[in-house]
Write a protein that binds this ligand. Structure first.
Ligand SMILES: NC(=O)c1ccc[n+]([C@@H]2O[C@H](COP(=O)([O-])OP(=O)(O)OC[C@H]3O[C@@H](n4cnc5c(N)ncnc54)[C@H](O)[C@@H]3O)[C@@H](O)[C@H]2O)c1
Length: 353
């Protein structure tokens, strides 16, 4: 059987994780690279031994030599490129967030159904080895029904600027950029309950804190201190049909002591933590046990392993014609939650979904 021929569209920071993982998968050949920045596309194509480089994704998609694409571009292009790729007969792995609006998400979902092609959403945290391990415990009913989850991703000084800070291209700030990861992770592990409502707040009080000295932070290539149209922070309470709930807060800028992340889920028989470290909590013989699983890493996210699993899963699904564990429907549901949060914050009231 011939190798699956891949095109990677967008050659910024995250594309490296995709490219390195594809390189390590023996069933893959890297066929083409595309970026609007032609010099970067060419350089990446040379580095990874891809046969061709393009500046227009439509030309890449027109090539019958390509079976599937990774979309690693700005959020405002995800819907357009995904739909064009599916219509061109390619399978799609699209980075999170699926897109910027529910309407875009529904159009992508419709196109998946019409074309019969596979679309996997890059919810990479689902593919982390420790999350896979915890998912097995959840599936074996080790924790009982999970009725509460709490997730927090706080950056005190971490607005990357550039397109991330431009609402037109990003669709939003820390909520859509980093909040999406932990909201999806909790929702997935809780068994994907139907969302009934969200009540949320967003704040724009500190801006991007570009005046701060003596402390460095990641900046997008096109960082411009004067440009910032996204929220500094967001918090939300998400209620599900089965009575479970998720409390979340995220920030790019906040007067916090330090950057901090926590993801915790609580069930009727036990609980577990993913961030900052994997830990299970149980009760046996009237005693509370904090259990430290012995795995390769204590961390709830091991980037390299998680991306490798994500890419290997994409290739496996293409090869076997199976549905990915992060299908388009989950991308649509997450866009409903994220957009519901923004709407709730704007209207200052709870939103029924
Ligand atoms: N899964 C994760 O953990 C994770 C982490 C970071 C970013 N991301 C996602 O990956 C995507 C890219 O983020 P990034 O940090 O790599 O950004 P980046 O700015 O470093 O790179 C984006 C690249 O896309 C290119 N591009 C934009 N529009 C294009 C188009 N129409 N055609 C071809 N190229 C185009 C840009 O020139 C740039 O090189 C975003 O959707 C982001 O949310 C995911």
């Amino acid at each position: 059987m011939r190798n699956i021929r891949i095109g990677v569209i967008g050659t910024g920071s995250i594309s490296e994780m995709h490219l390195n993982a594809y390189k390590k998968n023996p069933a893959v050949s890297l066929a083409a690279i595309c970026d609007v920045n032609g010099a970067r596309a060419l350089q990446v194509a040379e580095k990874y031994g891809a046969d061709k480089s393009y500046t227009d994704y439509r030309e890449l998609l027109a090539s019958s030599d390509i079976d599937a694409v990774s979309i690693c571009t700005w959020n405002n292009t995800h819907a357009e490129i995904s739909i064009a790729a599916l219509k061109a007969g390619k399978h799609v792995l699209v980075e999170k967030p699926l897109c910027r609006t529910v309407e875009e998400a529904l159009e992508i979902e419709r196109t998946v159904r019409e074309t019969g092609k596979l679309l996997q959403v890059g919810y990479v945290r689902r593919y982390d080895p420790n999350v896979r391990m915890l998912r097995e415990f959840v599936d074996q009913d080790e924790f009982g029904p999970l009725y509460y989850a709490k997730a927090s991703t706080i950056r005190r000084l971490g607005n990357p600027g550039g397109w991330f800070a431009d609402i037109e291209r990003s669709g939003g700030g820390p909520l859509i950029d980093i909040g999406v990861h932990v909201i999806d992770l909790c929702w997935y592990l809780m068994g994907k309950p139907k969302t009934v409502s969200v009540s949320a707040n967003t704040y724009r009080r500190l801006g991007n804190r570009s005046h701060i000295q003596h402390l460095s932070f990641y900046k997008a290539a096109d960082y411009d201190a004067s440009k910032n149209t996204v929220e500094d922070m967001a918090n939300a309470l998400i209620r599900f049909e089965n009575g479970s709930s998720l409390l979340v807060d995220v920030s790019f800028s906040l007067h916090a002591k330090k950057d901090e992340g926590s993801v915790r889920l609580y069930g009727e028989k036990g609980g577990f933590e993913i961030d900052p470290e994997v830990l299970m909590v149980a009760e046996k013989h009237n005693t509370i046990l904090n259990i430290q699983p012995q795995t390769d890493s204590k961390a709830g996210f091991s980037g390299e392993a998680a991306f490798q699993n994500e890419i290997d899963h994409f290739i496996e699904c293409i090869t076997n014609g199976t549905k990915p564990i992060s299908p388009v429907e989950d991308g649509v549901e997450m866009m409903k939650i994220l957009c519901g949060i923004y709407e709730s914050a704007t209207k200052g009231m709870e939103i029924r979904l």
